[in-house]
Design a protein around this ligand. Structure first.
Ligand SMILES: N=CN[C@@H](CCC(=O)O)C(=O)O
Ligand SMILES: [Mn+2]
Ligand SMILES: [Mn+2]
Length: 323
């Protein structure tokens, strides 16, 4: 398969257990094409090792190594999944010669095939251009079923990523690209952003969000003391769609928690509000697939951002598949 690297087993290492497993012991490294249709409930981790979109968006590159650092951190965590749930590392989508569009296409095909095999895909970025390929994988899968099911996108992010792609597609354009395609197909663009920073999105981006009827919560409101109100917004959004695609851009978190990103947010949100909202989203039963974007180990401090990403995933799978 083009633009694809089979799983690297050497990433998965850590403490050896006596009785209960660590995740590096639980995970099975399997090439994408060999991932089976599960008799068991199954999660597949898939890297999107690409920072071409960050480069094109004038950001700080390094996220190409994001997936391997998140997997490495996750492997050191204890397993709380029941034995009836399987965890796969399905390797990574790669990017060569700056051909980000080819990587997005490969990602889309990989996600669609994982969903076909009844896996729960967790994609690890890589720049936020991961969202364009990921969304299309979900869409192609749902379209193939011909049931007219709809997708709502929930994005935890400091940024709208609604920049126009007049000059190029990049890490700041994925949701604009999706919105334009929805417009062409005459379907609703359903997009909820949590944690938007007023000081990181210019007026024209707020205007675009308004024109596209985007629902958003600003970072100064995206705080635990407003949880009830935020949950009301999330519930109202989810009610209008059949499936939720969740995308978490690590740069929305305060740089106190997530320094390892291209565009840090000193006054970003906390992991606590994110976790509460994750519970709400998972509790809806509509979460079909998720990703974590913008992990950049080059600017990380003591592996904190990678650990944050791994902890978020640990919470998600724990909530999804309670033992
Ligand atoms: N995916 C990130 N997108 C942001 C980057 C902002 C920045 O580099 O300062 C954006 O384009 O708005
Ligand atoms: Mn962002
Ligand atoms: Mn983003």
């Amino acid at each position: 398969m083009k633009h694809y690297l089979a799983p690297d087993t050497t990433i998965w290492k850590g403490r050896i257990s006596n009785k209960s497993l660590y995740l590096h012991e639980k995970v099975k490294c399997v090439s994408l094409s060999d991932i089976p249709e599960p008799p068991k409930k199954s999660i597949t981790l898939l890297g999107y090792a690409c920072d071409e979109g960050v480069k094109r968006n004038q950001g700080r590159v390094g996220a190409v190594k994001g997936p391997e650092t998140i997997k490495n951190s996750l492997g050191k965590m204890p397993n709380h999944l029941p034995s009836t749930v399987q965890l796969y590392d399905g390797g990574s989508i790669t990017c060569s010669k700056g051909d980000m569009e080819a990587s997005q296409e490969a990602l889309s095909a990989a996600v669609a095939s994982l969903l076909q095999k009844k896996q729960f895909p967790i994609v690890l970025g890589g720049g936020h251009d991961v969202a364009y390929g990921h969304y299309h994988g979900i869409k192609n899968y749902l379209d193939s079923k011909k049931e007219g099911q709809t997708i709502g996108i929930i994005n935890f992010d400091a940024h709208f990523d609604l920049r126009q792609n007049t000059h190029n597609n990049n890490s700041g354009t994925p949701f604009y690209q999706i919105a334009m395609e929805c417009e062409k197909e005459n379907t609703d663009f359903k997009y909820l952003c949590l944690g938007i920073r007023k000081d990181a999105n210019d007026r024209s981006l707020f205007q675009t969000a308004k024109e596209l009827d985007v629902t958003y919560v600003l970072s100064d409101t995206f705080q635990i003391q407003f949880l009830d109100e935020i949950n009301t917004w999330i519930h109202a959004f989810i009610k209008t769609v059949d499936h939720v695609y969740l995308t978490i851009d690590l740069d929305g978190f305060s740089s106190a928690y997530a320094p390892g990103v291209s565009a840090p947010s000193p006054m970003g949100f906390t992991p606590h509000i994110a976790l509460e909202c994750l519970k709400t989203i998972i509790g809806s039963g509509k979460l079909i697939s998720m990703d974590i974007a913008e992990m950049n180990p080059k600017y990380d401090v003591d592996g904190q951002t990678a650990k944050l990403a791994a902890s978020l995933l640990h919470h998600v799978v724990d909530t999804l598949y309670k033992a």
